[in-house]
Design a binder for this molecule. Structure first.
Ligand code: GCO
Length: 470
């Protein structure tokens, strides 16, 4: 016992509420690997990453961080961090290969093992049902623009809940339906790489429908105490100036980027301005009677993924852009302004005020809905130095600023229940492959060696003290 150990830890000057949830987050395709093991069938991300030119360096999730074979080691890392929660996702093609028919017990056994180890370590399992790995067979049958996919998702949700309902503490139906719909079917930079404005809007609606149907399936299979949520990457939209034109441009992006999900899920309606803005793209006749009531199935909390703000200005309507856009119906009327200040390795602006702005907006727009920051973090050019240490001071600074923003929002009345850091470990960063490192644990992929970065030790201290000293 060294002398300093005997001293009481200096108290945190920004203390979080007593039962605040401190967690880390990952996703199946980004960390598991074992892509063809134990009956798992290809997802759209297996197909997409194996398509030349789609993912940097031709990286795939075939091995990733090999988490499928390293559950005990990785849960031990989380125990060392002291996290109360671990947010992960179930791989649909592992639980229900091809997206139809009975559940696959070997696939479920992996998640039984993972959740058992988490609970033995005193960590709450927070399971996301859909973190983008749609079974390829369902994409071949039409994918998210196809209504049937929503019913297939509800069936999968029921199978997962029946098998794991006694192990999982919080069920999240979807992660970032905006990315799944608009990057997957609009700009095409994510799987399945389709580029159709109307399909991206159809996909968004069917994801809302799928969410509501899955909530029904979960409520039917789970005990009444189960917590059910949805995670959205809401855009912290700012107008470049307060001119009417720029304010209207920001409204457009808020409609197609945020309220396209918030309004159906929390108000059972489509945003009227969105329907007007997209009249040249679709008449929304794919929305059937009852769909919006289904989408509005009550949830117990809303997850928010935040990384950086979005600044929007009006653009003189240009001819239809050649490159496909994720902003159906808006792309010709807006341009994205540069947000000044430091950037992360993703070239995303570092601006914690955007997180504060988002949380207090939801405090006002969704009174009574508990919030959890289900993802926040940053990529930087991390490496192990000759002593084997991975020092990441920029990430610590980023995390400090964003946790201080969460604290400020809580002080101002936002009902934020937890913060899950993205990510536990370096992993497959979608179209960037392994070139971007978001982890607080460094992964040397050739050897799969895990090393705590300085940010991991910093986060463990924040958790131990229940807050931080900026
Ligand atoms: C997302 C996804 C994560 C990403 C992270 C960094 O929010 O886009 O949930 O899978 O890896 O956000 O881009």
């Amino acid at each position: 016992m060294t002398s300093t150990d005997a001293l009481p830890r200096p108290g945190a000057t920004l203390r979080f509420p007593e039962h605040f949830r401190w967690g880390t987050a990952t996703a199946a395709y980004q960390i598991e690997g074992a892509a063809d093991e134990d009956g798992r069938t290809p997802s759209i991300w297996d197909t997409f990453s194996r398509t030349p030119g789609k993912v940097r360096n031709g990286d795939t999730g075939d091995i990733a961080a090999d988490h499928y074979h390293r559950v005990s080691e990785d849960v031990a890392l989380m125990r060392q961090l002291g996290v109360s929660d671990y947010r992960f996702s179930l791989a649909w093609p592992r639980v229900q290969p091809t997206g139809r028919g009975p559940a696959l017990q070997k696939g479920l056994d992996f998640y039984r093992r993972l959740t058992d180890e988490l609970r033995a370590a005193g960590i709450r399992p927070v399971a996301t049902l859909y973190h983008w790995d749609l079974p390829q067979e369902l994409e071949d049958a039409g994918g998210w623009p196809h209504r049937e996919t929503a019913y297939r998702f509800a069936e999968y949700a029921g199978l997962a809940a029946e098998a794991l309902g006694d192990r999982v503490a919080t069920w999240t139906t979807l992660n970032e339906p905006w990315c799944a719909a608009f990057l997957g079917y609009g700009s095409g930079v994510h799987a399945p790489g389709r580029t159709s404005a109307v399909d991206s809007l159809r996909a968004a609606h069917h994801l809302n429908l799928a969410h509501g149907l899955a909530v029904q399936a979960l409520r039917g299979a789970l005990p009444g105490t189960a917590e059910i949520s949805l995670t959205l990457n809401l855009h912290a939209v700012r107008a470049h100036t307060d001119s009417p034109e720029d304010l209207d441009a920001a409204r457009r992006i808020d409609a197609v980027g945020n309220r396209i999900f918030l309004d159906p899920v929390f108000h059972g309606r489509l945003p009227e301005d969105l329907v007007r803005d997209t009249a040249s793209v679709t008449d929304w006749s794919f929305v059937e009677d009852g769909d919006l009531r289904t989408a509005a199935a009550p949830v117990d909390s809303l997850g928010i993924n935040y990384y950086s703000p979005t600044e929007v200005a009006a653009a003189t309507p240009s001819p239809p852009s050649l490159s496909p856009s994720p902003w159906a119906g808006a792309e010709r009327y807006v341009r994205f302004a540069d947000v000044p200040g430091p950037r992360t390795a993703m070239d995303w602006p570092v601006d914690a005020d955007g997180l504060y702005e988002l949380l207090v907006r939801l405090r006002d727009d969704l009174p009574g809905v508990p919030l959890v920051v289900t993802e926040n973090g940053a990529a930087y050019e991390d490496y192990a130095d000759p002593s084997g240490q991975v020092k990441d001071p920029e990430r610590v600074a980023y995390l400090q600023a964003h946790l201080a923003a969460v604290h400020r929002a809580v002080e101002d009345g936002a009902d934020v229940r937890g913060y899950f850091l993205w990510s536990l470990m370096d992993n497959f960063e979608w179209a960037y492959g392994y070139s971007k490192r978001f982890g607080i644990v460094h992964v040397d992929f050739p050897t799969q060696r895990r090393t705590f970065k300085a940010s991991a030790r910093w986060y463990a201290d924040v958790i131990a003290r229940g807050g931080l000293t900026p």
